[in-house]
Write a protein that binds this ligand. Structure first.
Ligand SMILES: Cc1cc2nc3c(=O)[nH]c(=O)nc-3n(C[C@H](O)[C@H](O)[C@H](O)COP(=O)(O)OP(=O)(O)OC[C@H]3O[C@@H](n4cnc5c(N)ncnc54)[C@H](O)[C@@H]3O)c2cc1C
Length: 453
């Protein structure tokens, strides 16, 4: 058995693991990165990037639907699903190799295999034993297992991104981000889509009014949404799958070609033998302090989706990786701040958000002014024949600080970054109103979204 010594051993070569390598390599530390699958992890290989290829096709179908409003006559579109999946695979195929080159350039030794703890400072991978001054858990997340009878019949989103056949009927179990994003693409491609959510609201962490607008738009394109649902079982029926569920006290059965686990993801740490590493954990969650460091083993840090308490987003994984890298180099002195992190649900049109929802701001008893606008009759929305154009901006009275911004449609997935930037760098609502915007752009509407001072 070979034994090696490194300053830093990183478990996982996704956004978070790669984020760690910048600071530690700049400081000249020796680094090994262990990757069980392909470099890049979820986001570029089976998440954000391939998904966006499908979303872009959904966007094109949306524009075709609206073409007649611009007096353009087009025939009924026909999407070649197999060719679209091939396009998606082709666009991402070089990413792992490019990242391998980039890691080699940084002098990071990439080791293929599944790493596990063999001691507080020891990792075993295949026939190698690595001794490290610092170990980073950047092993990402995996689909949340559901304790529903017949759950084994469900497929995951990995499979959805590879299926070359467009199913006629799809049921998503769980009404989170990914179900909505994929649901929109499938519905626009012609599939019959149902989303079943256990809680009273889809996207429970998002602003309730924003979600209501997105749900209305989802229903407009034919998606069936049922909230407050309790799933009883999933069973084979006539060569398809049957989902039996209770809604409004009544038992229903719905048949589909595919049933998808859209119930979110959990930290992927259960096969790491955390006990051998003296890493305190409970229910699949590693106990960490504000510096993302294990509370029981000061040589171990956690970042990215493996952190159970932060939003599972790729820029956040990279950001946390960078923080961990800097904490390793300088000692534990940095901690994450998520308050100005923007996020989008890439439905077509998208729901975008940053900062507090209105209900969260009210729960904190903050003095707030809420600027809520249905912009569908605004000139820019009419020009582009938008189907939904809605915004809500929450401003703290007195300080004039932006506390939150929420959009559905109206290029909100781009505008939200302006508000995130304002929150991060203390740009006030008055500053945003004063700025002179290029016209006519969606961002030139921001001044009106904020009403009068
Ligand atoms: C379908 C889908 C769509 C998404 N879309 C978006 C989006 O639009 N925008 C956005 O911001 N985020 C999106 N996300 C979330 C985003 O992909 C993740 O937040 C991000 O990839 C997390 O990065 P990570 O490095 O923490 O984990 P990962 O990228 O999952 O990397 C973890 C790596 O660790 C490896 N690994 C695991 N265990 C071991 C082990 N024991 N030894 C060695 N290697 C191991 C895995 O093989 C994997 O490569 C999406 C996720 C999914 C599933």
């Amino acid at each position: 058995m070979r034994s090696d010594r490194f300053d830093v051993v990183i478990l996982g070569g996704g956004n978070a693991g790669i984020g760690v390598t910048g600071p530690v390599r700049r400081a000249g530390l020796s680094v090994a990165m262990i990757e069980a699958d392909v470099l890049g992890g979820t986001c570029p290989n089976r998440g954000c990037t391939p998904k966006k290829v499908l979303v872009a096709a959904g966007h094109a179908l949306h524009e075709i639907e609206r073409a007649s409003l611009h007096h353009i006559a087009v025939g009924r579109p026909r999407l070649d699903w197999a060719a679209l999946i091939d396009r998606e695979k082709d666009l991402i195929k070089d990413i792992p190799e490019n990242l391998a080159r980039s890691m080699a350039h940084r002098n990071v030794e990439v080791i293929r295999g599944h790493g596990v703890f063999a001691g507080p400072r020891t990792i075993r991978v295949g026939d190698r034993t690595l001794e490290a001054k610092h170990i980073v858990i950047a092993t990402g997340s995996k689909p949340r297992p559901l304790s529903i009878a017949g759950a084994e019949h469900m497929i995951t989103l990995d499979e959805m991104l590879s299926e070359r056949e467009l199913p006629d009927t799809v049921i998503f179990v769980g009404g989170g981000v990914i179900s909505l994003e994929f649901g929109h693409v499938y519905a626009r491609a012609g599939a019959d889509v149902t989303i079943l959510e256990a809680l009273p609201q889809l996207l429970p962490a998002m602003d309730a009014d924003a979600v209501a607008h997105l749900q209305a738009e989802s229903e407009r394109i034919g998606i069936r949404v049922r909230t407050g649902v309790s799933i009883k079982r999933i069973e084979p029926a006539n060569g398809r799958l049957r989902v039996v569920f209770v809604h409004d006290g009544v038992e229903h059965a719905a048949d589909a070609d595919r049933v998808v686990n859209g119930a979110g993801r959990i930290a992927n740490v259960d096969t790491l033998d955390l006990a051998a590493g003296n890493v305190e954990h409970a229910n699949g969650r590693v106990a960490i302090d504000h510096h993302l460091r294990s509370v029981s083993n000061p040589n171990v840090y956690v970042c990215g989706d493996a952190v159970p308490t932060s939003p599972q987003l790729s820029p956040i994984a990279t950001y946390e990786g960078d923080i961990v890298g800097r904490n390793i180099v300088e000692g534990p002195s940095y901690g994450p701040d998520y308050t100005s992190m923007a996020t989008s649900v890439y439905t077509v049109p998208a729901l975008a958000a940053v900062g507090l929802t209105e209900s969260a701001a009210r729960q904190k008893s903050l003095p707030i002014k809420v600027h809520s606008n249905d912009m569908i009759e605004w000139f820019s929305a009419r020009t582009y024949a938008e189907t939904v154009a809605w915004s809500k901006v929450i401003v703290e009275e007195g300080s004039d600080r932006i506390l939150g911004a929420h959009f559905v449609g109206h290029a909100g997935q781009e505008l939200v970054n302006i508000f995130g930037l304002a929150m991060r760098f203390g740009i006030t609502a008055s500053h945003i109103r004063e700025y002179v915007y290029a016209y006519p752009t969606f961002s030139s509407d921001i001044r009106h979204m904020l009403g009068h001072a």
